[in-house]
Write a protein that binds this ligand. Structure first.
Ligand SMILES: [Zn+2]
Ligand SMILES: [Zn+2]
Length: 274
């Protein structure tokens, strides 16, 4: 961001500034504050508040997986920031005293904000997305572990670098709370790689990836399920809406299979107890 005083210091008079704004070469953020017109809209909004981009908006701007899917801008404000300075402001405002020099808070700060703003599961999913994309260094992870509230530290320890979608992360953390651990990205004979295997033979697939719609992929899924069944596997298949919006149904479906022991192979069981 450029302040009016800096133009004056460089010998640029107020009229030239006004002309540049009128020509679209300069963006007026608010009184006496200007910026590059190419700034992304969420960043502009944050600056208009006298703050910077924060929380889920930082994760979103970096292409990380974020829950929820809305486009509401989250801003971090210093004590002298402006609440709702623009028309129809629907921003979520974080009034924490963070140090920031750029147009957004650090990734670690944004992750900490996400936990406070959207809860543990959303935090975990974005954290695993950042680890998968290689955006959070080992040092960043240690800093996060150090700064996060103690009751949430286990989430940082549980996070892996190989989670391929936010839905997988959500499923894993939620089942972990129920005492169920999963094998991820398992090779099943004749089928190929599946998202999760619970116990010996219960396949869980979460369809939330681009290209997972349409008749062709439905046919592929049905074929996979049939081949898996012929190898003694059972498949439960969930999609984005189910995992995000109807979690209790997903949980009940999995728990019912587990309660009847359908995830265990009796032959493997016999070998284990021998
Ligand atoms: Zn937030
Ligand atoms: Zn706003």
């Amino acid at each position: 961001m450029i302040r009016a005083g800096e133009f004056a210091a460089h010998g640029v008079d107020a009229r030239s500034v006004r002309r540049a704004v009128a020509a679209g070469r300069l963006l007026r953020i608010r009184s006496g504050h200007y910026a590059d017109p190419d700034l992304p809209a969420p960043v502009r909004i944050a600056l208009r508040h006298g703050g910077v981009l924060a929380c889920v908006s930082v994760a979103r701007s970096r292409g990380l997986w974020v829950l929820p899917l809305d486009q509401i801008v989250h801003v971090s404000l210093p004590p002298n920031g402006h609440s709702h300075p623009h028309d129809d402001c629907t921003c979520v405002q974080h009034w924490n005293a963070l140090q920031f020099t750029s147009t957004e808070v650090s990734l670690v700060d944004s992750l900490l904000q996400i936990r406070g703003c959207h809860g543990e599961d959303a935090f975990f999913a974005t954290l695993e997305s950042a680890l998968h994309e290689g955006m959070l260094s080992a040092d960043g992870r240690s800093e996060l572990r150090e700064r996060i509230t103690e009751s949430a530290r286990w989430l940082v320890d549980l996070a892996r670098t190989d989670s391929e979608s936010g839905l997988e992360s959500l499923l894993r953390v939620r089942l972990y709370r129920l005492g169920i651990s999963l094998h991820t990205q398992v090779e099943v004979p004749g089928v190929g790689r599946v998202d999760f295997v619970l116990g010996d033979r219960l396949i869980l697939e979460v369809d939330g990836r681009p290209g997972h719609e349409g008749i062709e992929s439905r046919h592929k899924d049905l074929m996979r399920d049939a081949v898996a069944a012929s190898h003694g596997f059972d498949t439960l298949r969930f999609d984005y809406d189910m995992v995000v919006m109807d979690w209790p149904i997903v949980e009940e479906a999995i728990l019912a299979k587990v309660a009847r022991g359908l995830h265990l192979d009796p032959w493997a069981e016999r070998l284990r107890s021998a």
